[in-house]
Structures are given as structure tokens and as C-alpha cells.
Design a protein around this ligand. Structure first.
Ligand code: SF4
Length: 351
């Protein structure tokens, strides 16, 4: 493409200017997509979940840039515990990555229910989140954001989340001491602001707001905790509250699900006393579709969550032509094998 400067451009006819700008946009798009270091790491899937169906995952903050360091985090130890907002790709770069992926999915008639900003770090630490959501709207899919809710008191974060169709907010406890033990927040975060922020947001938000509570053995698995949480949940506008347990290898080995009898007691309490709530304690089977480079796609999904052995086997058996074997990824030091709750998982190493 021949480069021309601004004064040369304005002397051209409208159709020539339009054609030049279209060519320029195509060239930019090709340059951005050719950037190998981002392939599969920022946009991945679709991954199937019980709550959202098939969603295309987007994770545009640096790996484990988070203002929490939850004991059960499946993305590993927080590498950068920050409350400064930062992102990997510019909104336009992200737009082209998503566009490319959606075009590939649509060409293969693969159904998509959502585009989801998922936590491999905290999505609201992306200071361009609002612009990104607005740009991604063009594709016509509803947009979900999974957040830890820690910055919901911040006006810019609130504004960004307002643009999403579905916001899922983590709320492991309404007891500050428990919150500090489980979520290990950045020392400057204030618990009163967090609860106030979630409440205010819920009253102003017009989309679907859900909450998610991770139940961890010996930490927040008492009826007293559930009672306090239930009291708070009844004061906010939410569609549904979900209760889950760790089912992938956690950051800390002691972050395990409550004992069976405890879970039964909690389930009974939650069903009877917390309206619009649901226990989701049996693990989701990981189901994901990948159409691009088989290895990149697999590693991309693993950057966000460890994958169970049976899911990886199913995935690889569908792509026999690629000759990719999990042992090769292990030998190259990209992945390691571990067990959690009697299941084998593969976990991505992050350089
Ligand atoms: S679980 Fe979410 S909020 Fe907690 S440390 Fe991991 S990425 Fe951050």
C-alpha cells in the first residue's frame, strides 16, 4: 500500500479517501493479527458453562494482574497485586482479534451465546473496558463480565460495567475478617466501600446481575456466614446468587470444598433462606471448541483455567490431524500435570 500524507489525502475525491481508509484499516488489521505473542491468549474458546452456554472468552489484563490473591484462585498465585488499572491490547486491537475469531466461528456455523470478560486477572483493572465493550457490541452478542467487585465503588468501573448485559460479581463473605483470609485483597482496598459499591451498582444497573460465592472448607462454610451473606444479598437487586466450591487445582492446597455433611447443611440453609439462589457444587465438564492452531487454542484456555484430563483427551481426539500430544507440551515445560480431589488436571506454566 502506497503511503500518502494528510495534505495529499484531502485533495482526493470522497470515494478515493474512503477506499484509501478501508485499505489502511485492512492493513492495520492484518498487522495486528500477525502479532504471534497474543494469539489464543487474549481471545479463546468458545467455552461452555451452565450459566451462559457457549461463550467466547476475553482476558485483556496481564496474567494474574489482580487486586485479590484468592486462596482458591485457579489461575495461580497473583503475580502483580495491584489496584492500578492496566490492559494488554488496545480496544481496537482487541476488536480485530475478536472479529477474526467470530468470523472463523461463523464460517464453521459454531453457535455462540456470549462474549465474556473472564478472570485470569481482574477484568475491571482494564482501564479501557467500557470502550472495549462498546466496540464488541457490533458483533451482536450479549456481553458478560466476571468481576471480583472490589472496584465497583469507582465511578469509571461502574460506568464500564453498566455497558455489559450480564455482570457476575464474586462475594465470598460479608465478614471482613473472612474476606481478608479467603480473598487476600490488596492492602489499600476497603471492605465497606466494596459492599457499598456492589449495593449501589445493583440499584442502578439494568442488566442481569448475579453473585458467586466460593465455599471453602473451614473458612466461610458456616451457617453464621451464610446468614450474614443472605442478609446482605436480600438488600441488593440481583437476578440470582450462585454457590460454588473449588473444583480445579487451587493456588493454596488447603483451599478445598467443605465436607459433604457441611455442604448438605449449607445447601438446605441456602435453599430455605436465600431467595433466588442455587448451589452449583458439582463440577462443570470443561467443553470447549477450538478452530485455529490446536496448540495455541489449548494453551489459551489453560491460561485462564487448569483443564481436566478427560476434557483435554476429548479435545485432542477431535483434532487427531494435529499430532499434538499433552506429553509434548509437558516436555517443553509449557504445562504440568497435577491432581486435585482425585482428578488429574493440566496446568499452564506462565513465563
Ligand atoms: S479468583 Fe479472581 S479475584 Fe481471586 S485472585 Fe484469582 S483472578 Fe483474582
Amino acid at each position: 500500500m502506497t503511503k500518502i500524507n494528510f495534505s495529499q489525502l484531502v485533495q482526493r475525491s470522497t470515494s478515493e479517501i474512503r477506499s484509501y481508509l478501508n485499505t489502511l484499516a485492512d492493513t492495520m488489521e492484518q498487522d495486528i493479527l500477525a502479532h504471534p505473542s497474543f494469539e489464543g491468549k487474549i481471545v479463546f474458546g468458545p467455552v461452555r458453562s451452565r450459566r451462559l452456554g457457549a461463550s467466547l472468552g476475553v482476558s485483556n489484563v496481564k496474567h494474574k494482574l489482580c487486586d485479590y490473591n484468592c486462596v482458591y484462585c485457579q489461575a495461580g498465585e497473583t503475580t502483580c497485586c495491584s489496584k492500578e488499572r492496566d490492559c494488554c491490547l488496545s480496544p481496537y486491537e482487541l476488536y480485530f482479534f475478536v472479529k477474526n475469531k467470530i468470523e472463523t466461528l461463523e464460517r464453521s456455523s459454531i453457535h455462540l451465546d456470549y462474549i465474556s470478560f473472564v478472570p485470569n486477572g481482574e477484568p475491571t483493572l482494564d482501564d479501557q473496558l467500557a470502550t472495549e465493550i462498546s466496540l464488541l457490541r457490533e458483533f451482536g452478542y450479549p456481553i458478560a463480565v466476571f468481576t471480583n467487585g472490589s472496584l465497583m465503588w469507582n465511578d469509571r468501573v461502574k460506568e464500564a460495567l453498566m455497558c455489559a448485559d450480564h455482570v457476575s460479581v464474586k462475594l465470598d463473605s460479608v465478614n471482613e475478617e473472612t474476606w481478608r483470609k479467603i480473598d487476600r485483597p490488596h492492602r489499600k482496598l476497603r471492605f465497606d466501600l466494596l459492599l457499598e459499591g456492589i449495593g449501589d451498582f445493583s440499584r442502578a444497573y439494568r442488566g442481569v446481575l448475579t453473585t458467586e460465592t466460593m465455599l471453602v472448607r473451614g473458612m466461610n462454610d458456616t451457617i453464621g456466614e451464610m446468614e450474614q451473606l443472605g442478609n446482605f444479598l436480600t438488600t441488593i437487586n440481583r437476578s440470582r446468587s450462585y454457590f460454588v466450591t473449588p473444583f480445579r487445582p487451587p493456588c493454596e492446597a488447603y483451599a478445598v470444598p467443605p465436607a459433604r455433611e457441611t455442604l448438605d447443611l449449607i445447601a438446605r440453609y441456602v435453599n430455605e433462606h436465600i431467595p433466588d439462589s442455587e448451589m452449583l457444587c458439582c463440577p462443570d465438564r470443561d467443553e470447549f471448541t477450538a478452530l485455529g492452531d490446536v496448540e495455541e487454542e489449548l494453551l489459551g484456555i489453560m491460561s485462564v483455567q487448569p483443564l481436566a484430563e478427560e476434557s483435554v483427551d476429548t479435545y485432542l481426539s477431535r483434532h487427531t490431524g494435529s499430532h499434538l500430544s499433552i506429553n509434548r507440551l509437558i516436555d517443553r515445560g509449557l504445562v504440568h500435570r497435577t491432581t486435585f480431589q482425585n482428578r488429574t488436571f493440566y496446568v499452564r506454566h506462565h513465563q
